[in-house]
Design a protein around this ligand. Structure first.
Ligand SMILES: Cc1cc2nc3c(=O)[nH]c(=O)nc-3n(C[C@H](O)[C@H](O)[C@H](O)COP(=O)(O)O)c2cc1C
Length: 352
């Protein structure tokens, strides 16, 4: 993708970062080409967005948005909005599943293996009430024995890597998180992604990175640190301060999908393709989704993308108000025609 000049000058890339991020990493007998991965993001990490990430490059492993384990065994990828992929991404794509029943999770994992995914990721971190009420996501951290029986059952069902995404338990205790990590390793997890926040806190308090260090020190399997990395300097600091093996990017990856290419040194610094990226995602959404589903996803993306601009609320407002994808495209064109100012890091008021 050809970058274009912008008003905002990005901070220089820390010299050590590309080398650190481009080291291979072994996960459960397989290998990934780097240390920077895309975290699971519901309604944002869909097939169209992942294609956009792939066009930029630099992302070593992609996690799908969470998929309900119950529906996966019978899901038709040609019509499903969530359980859908491009064949070429499968070798680097992990499918995340959410659920509370070991048998259902194992059946979903078996289908994921049969389809050829890199691995399966167990969501023990989602704090959404609809998920927790049914006993899944972060609710499982309150019942560690239930989380472990899911993991053990899935482990027995597949040979592909099994990974776990989890966060701090309700007690906000790094030692308890480290003990949980050890239990996951003993139950057969091949890698962990750890987000050091209690659930639910709506990201109101800062992530406690020191807890990532505790989790990393507790296990031998790879640990991806996750939480509040918004620039290259922060990424380097997370690696150095916590000793984590890699970094999982969530919101900044949505706001600036080229960060994987930029921080791994694949893309030239200083020319960020603001307008082109918004239009490209628009086109990919149109290709992969029915018009209404595409528009819902474009609006969701704009929460994060609009945060890049000094008058981002204008972009946000115009796209939210667009009646269809054609009007949304015009809204994007109109906003960028006025050469908007760019913030050094995305505006956190949008960045929930
Ligand atoms: C809109 C949104 C959707 C998310 N969806 C998921 C999900 O489906 N599965 C999951 O494990 N985490 C999900 N997360 C959590 C992120 O993966 C990540 O842990 C969190 O955003 C913190 O990382 P960040 O500071 O890099 O954004 C979601 C977060 C947001 C903001």
């Amino acid at each position: 993708m050809e970058p274009e000049p912008t008003a905002g000058a990005p901070a220089p890339l820390p010299e050590a970062l590309p080398r650190l991020l481009r080291r291979e990493l072994a996960i459960g007998g397989r290998s990934i080409p780097g240390r920077l991965v895309f975290a699971s993001m519901s309604m944002l990490g869909h097939v169209a967005f992942r294609e956009l990430l792939d066009e930029f490059g630099g992302c070593a492993l992609l996690f799908s948005e969470m998929c309900s384990a119950k529906t996966i065994p019978t899901e038709n990828p040609r019509v499903s909005n969530h359980f859908r992929w491009r064949p070429q991404e499968l070798p680097r794509l992990v499918c995340q599943i959410v659920g509370a029943e070991p048998e259902a999770m194992a059946r979903a994992a078996a289908r994921i293996e049969a389809e050829g995914f890199f691995g399966v990721d167990l969501n023990f971190s989602c704090a959404a009430a609809t998920i927790c009420r049914r006993g899944g996501g972060a609710e499982l951290l309150r019942r560690p024995e239930a989380a472990l029986s899911i993991l053990e059952r899935v482990r027995r069902a597949v040979r592909i890597p099994v990974t776990v995404k989890f966060r701090m338990g309700r007690g906000d205790d790094p030692e308890a998180a480290a003990a949980m990590a050890r239990a996951f390793e003993a139950a057969g997890a091949d890698a962990l992604t750890f987000h050091p926040r209690v659930a639910p806190d709506r990201r109101a308090r800062p992530a406690r990175w020191e807890a990532i260090g505790r989790v990393k020190a507790a296990v031998r399997i790879p640990v991806f640190g996750n939480g509040e990395v918004v620039d290259a300097e922060g990424c380097l600091r997370m690696l150095r301060e916590t000793g984590c093996d890699g970094v999982a990017l969530g919101r900044i990856a949505v706001a600036r999908p080229w960060v994987f290419a930029a921080w791994t040194g694949l893309a030239p610094a200083g020319r960020e393709p603001w307008r082109e990226t918004a239009l490209r995602l628009h086109a990919l959404l149109e290709r992969h989704f029915a018009p209404r589903d595409a528009l819902v996803r474009l609006r969701r993306f704009m929460f994060y993308y609009a945060a890049n601009f000094t008058f981002g609320h204008e972009l946000f407002r115009r796209v939210q108000g667009a009646a269809d994808m054609g009007a949304a495209r015009q809204a994007i064109e109109g906003f960028f025609a006025a050469s908007p100012g760019v913030c050094r890091v995305p505006n956190r008021n949008y960045f929930q």
